[in-house]
Design a protein around this ligand. Sequence first.
Ligand code: DHE
Length: 539
Amino acid sequence: MIKRFKAILAAFAVLMVMHSAYGDEATAPVSALSAEDFSKAKALFFNRCAGCHGTTRKGATGPNITDENLKKKGYTAEVAEAFITNGTPGGMPSFGGDFSEADIDILANFLMQPPPIPPEMSLEEMTDSWKLIIPEAQRPKKPEHTKNWKNFFGIVLRDAGKVAILDGDTKEVVNIVDTGFAVHILRSSASGRYFYSIGRDGKATMIDLWMAKPDKVAEVKTCQEARSIDSSKYKGKKGNFEDKLAIIGCYWPPHFVIIDGQTLEPKKVVSTRAYAYDSGEYLNESRVAAIIAAHKEPEWFINLKEAGFIWAIDYSDMKNLQVTMIETERYMHDGGWDATHRYIQMAANMKNKMVVVDSETKKQIAQVETGQKPHPGRGANWVDPEFGPVTATPHLGEATMVAWGSDPKWHPKNAWKVVRKFATLGGGGLFVKTHPKASHIWVDHTLNPDDKIKRSICAYEKAKPTAKGKCWEVADHGRVTHFEYNQAGTEVWVAVWDQVGELVIYDDKTLKEIKRIKADWLRTPTGHFNVYNTMTDTY
Ligand code: DHE
């Protein structure tokens, strides 16, 4: 009797604490974990696992790890613990160094229970969260400083919930802005004046770079979980949409939200719940991964991860929104433009492919067979001395970077075929970057389980490409991740992702270190975005 009473109390307590990641309404199962541990495990899952395995754990970049599936395979909590601690050769990072043993234990036990389902979100709730901090009329009419703001960098300080704005000319801090929990990426408005940030918790903020001290002018929360945001970049016969609109792609609830580009006021929400393009299975969790804004048409292209589509969204008539559903492949993740901004190249990473969509015809025109689990970030475009224009990706699952032809007009023989394979130091590669004026192509190994490799980067010469690049360790702590060039394409910035992190700046030509910024405010730097390169999609 007492035992039953305790179980009822525990279940009740679990329900009471379900708020940290998904809000109060999420339904919790009766749990063998204490209420506190359940809540902690849920937050850990949200922070570090949901991105790959899905909120409902049905799998995407990572496999299906629903309690049902784990039990079907005969896995116990101990087996789950081993996976979490050590990672897998297929690209799952090892969390042994990042999580305590106690945390791994509760997380493994959490996985053996049915997943809690986070709540939905209405346009009204989004609007309630919207804060217009400085209305347009009160903002500067021209820059209030003489700094070269198009060469500013926005640096994501992930765990600090902040974005640092640095002057790319002087490398000085212009301001550190409170943006909220775990910002994932920044994107620039078409004019470059505004940075839009999106947090893992679905909160977007807008930073005005013309202010004497650039700061947040608006914020809104449109999802429980998100990774992507972009702005309207079209100016032409169909109207001038520069800085007028923005779009947020949500992981949960699965939807996209169109917001006002000047104020962040939510305008329209559209569900992305869909039927898988191949099996026709209904997907309650059909998340929006990368988004890319067209420059030549009033359109965004968004990746539907689980459903295997790229949707082209014509935003020129918001009352009669036109969506073209382009069948591609599963599971769509990240990617970017080719150098001409006509072809969209996105990773279907579980199929070891990059899919190619022609933005003019809005059709998938090719699939590039890559290595195991391509993960390009935005990717890198350059002109190969033998094969002409190419685009590249590193891999999560193997020690290579591949480059394929991406100029079907003048180099049709090489188009959408891998023409070069470069050796990296190991798997776990997340990002590659170059710049039209640069001499090198840079690649990281952020998620590699080996301490030395995860802190090493490699650079390959564009003019004399060799299978092996020049590789070196950037720091003796943290993980090294993501690259960005300055506006001129002469310097490369890379982040040391650690509690006290670093930004290391290299000369692209000589590969020599120019500057190393290490400071207390540099807590967990991850992505870093140059205004000019981000607004013009230069990579
Ligand atoms: Fe990212 C881009 C999702 C892990 C840093 N990340 C993206 C994009 C998506 C995504 C969909 C493309 C946005 C776009 O272009 O519109 N990322 C996910 C995940 O689901 C995943 C795998 C796991 C998760 O739970 O989040 C994941 N990402 C990471 C990291 O661990 C990184 C290194 C640090 C962090 O913040 O967690 C990280 N992701 C980044 C960065 C970009 C990014 C810096 C932008 C790359 C660019 O150059 O544009």
